[in-house]
Design a protein around this ligand. Structure first.
Ligand code: THG
Length: 376
């Protein structure tokens, strides 16, 4: 019988899909598929997930992550506004420091999970995941009468990731870049453009992120890093599904949404400290904490044939066959010798070692075990 499932016909790239300064190079290097993130293209893989992963773990890659847009908050009330929208204590963020900080609404729902960079005393960048942060923050600033400007500057992050990142960037920018601590940034210069460079990036393999501020300098900057990277076997790459599930890096829109709260996602570990300033979600978060989160985001080791992330979520069942949650991300890890899933499950069945099963759409259920300890 002919399958009724037709292949997706593809997307039209209209003017609403914004271009990145590095796009020509990403296509030239053979990106095989793209996703859309903040109305910008983001490559999904180049050779295969596994080949890209193996290369990332051993060498160095250059990633066009321009889609991690910046929302700038600048002005006398910049700190007060930034403090209001996240439960993290931003007053402790030094100039030159990054903080991973969930943005939370008045009900405790996660609006986004940016990296916040403090550029100056009264100037921040929120380096955002895929949701409309700028309008949310502009609305709050206006509604509260804050003395700030909120806008999206022309800034495009370019990530250099993998174990040879330090050697490559030290050669290009000087030995001092080796000393940049995790989640700190400095000002540097290359290929006729100056930029902030941070030790950060959405991989478990370490590296840097350059925040390009001049769109027109993108190709020159890429080419300069590309040429110097040849002796380190550099390749173009992109956030890798296998690597980020192994590391437990969550993806907004897939693993958490506005309906999720930071406790069920384990993001409360980033705001344990007591903060002095007012946060708009303090009451809602205290109420969720008092009740205890009803679900938990866990890592599942799933038996069976290698699997990859479906667009639709797979149901997660308990030993009695009752539906207990669903898979939000999935990939096969050779390092752990199993399919690894990120899944939302009922809190009662979320402890490490708990046996569950996953309905991947095949004829039989796949046995799964909670292994959130993989993330520690
Ligand atoms: N880099 C930049 N902007 C970004 C991302 C990035 N914006 C979107 C998205 N990624 C935001 N999400 C994350 C999630 C996790 C981390 C960074 C951005 C991360 N987490 C580390 C961890 O969980 O181990 C460390 C966090 C910490 O210790 O503070 O790095 O990648 N520019």
């Amino acid at each position: 019988m002919e399958s009724r499932k037709k292949r997706h016909p593809g997307l039209v790239l209209s003017r609403r899909l914004r271009q990145t300064p590095f796009e020509s190079r990403v296509i030239e290097q053979g990106a095989k598929a793209f996703t859309i993130y903040n109305q910008m293209p983001l490559a999904s893989y180049f050779r295969s997930l596994k080949e890209d992963y193996d290369h990332l773990c051993e060498h160095v890659q250059i990633w066009d992550v321009s889609c991690e847009r910046q929302v700038e908050i600048v002005g006398p009330d910049a700190l007060a506004l930034t403090e209001l929208i996240t439960p993290r204590d931003i007053s402790r963020c030094d100039i030159g420091q990054c903080m991973y900080a969930p943005l939370v609404d008045e009900n405790g729902g996660i609006v986004n999970d940016p990296i916040i960079l403090r550029l100056e005393q009264d100037r921040f960048w929120l380096s955002i995941a895929d949701s409309g942060v700028m309008l949310w923050v502009k609305g709050i600033a206006y509604g509260r009468g804050f003395d700030v400007e909120v806008f999206e500057p022309d800034v495009s992050p370019l990530a250099i990731q993998g174990p040879r990142s330090d050697d490559l960037m030290a050669e290009l920018l000087g030995e001092h870049v080796r000393d940049i601590p995790f989640f700190r940034f400095i000002r540097s210069r290359l290929a006729e453009t100056s930029f902030y460079i941070a030790r950060s990036g959405w991989s478990g393999q370490g590296g840097f992120e350059i925040y390009l501020e001049e769109f027109s300098k993108g190709e020159g900057l890429w080419d300069c890093i590309w040429d110097a990277g040849q002796k380190y076997s550099i390749r173009a790459g992109c956030p890798n599904l296998i690597d980020r599930i192994e590391k437990g890096l969550l993806s907004y829109g897939s693993d958490m949404r506005l309906e999720s709260n930071p406790y069920e996602c384990g993001l409360d570990r980033f705001f344990g400290e007591t903060k002095q300033a007012e946060c708009m979600s303090s009451d809602a978060l205290a109420a969720i904490w008092a009740r205890g989160p009803s679900t938990r985001l866990v890592c599942l080791a799933v038996e069976g044939e290698p699997l990859t992330s479906p667009r639709n979520t797979c149901p997660v069942l308990d030993e009695a066959g009752r539906r207990r949650g669903y898979v939000t991300s999935l990939a096969h890890s050779t390092r752990f010798g199993a399919n690894l899933a990120i899944a939302t499950v009922d809190a009662e069945v979320s402890a490490d070692g708990q046996t569950l099963s996953v309905d991947t759409g095949g004829p039989v259920l796949s046995r799964a075990v909670v292994k959130s300890s993989f993330w520690k």
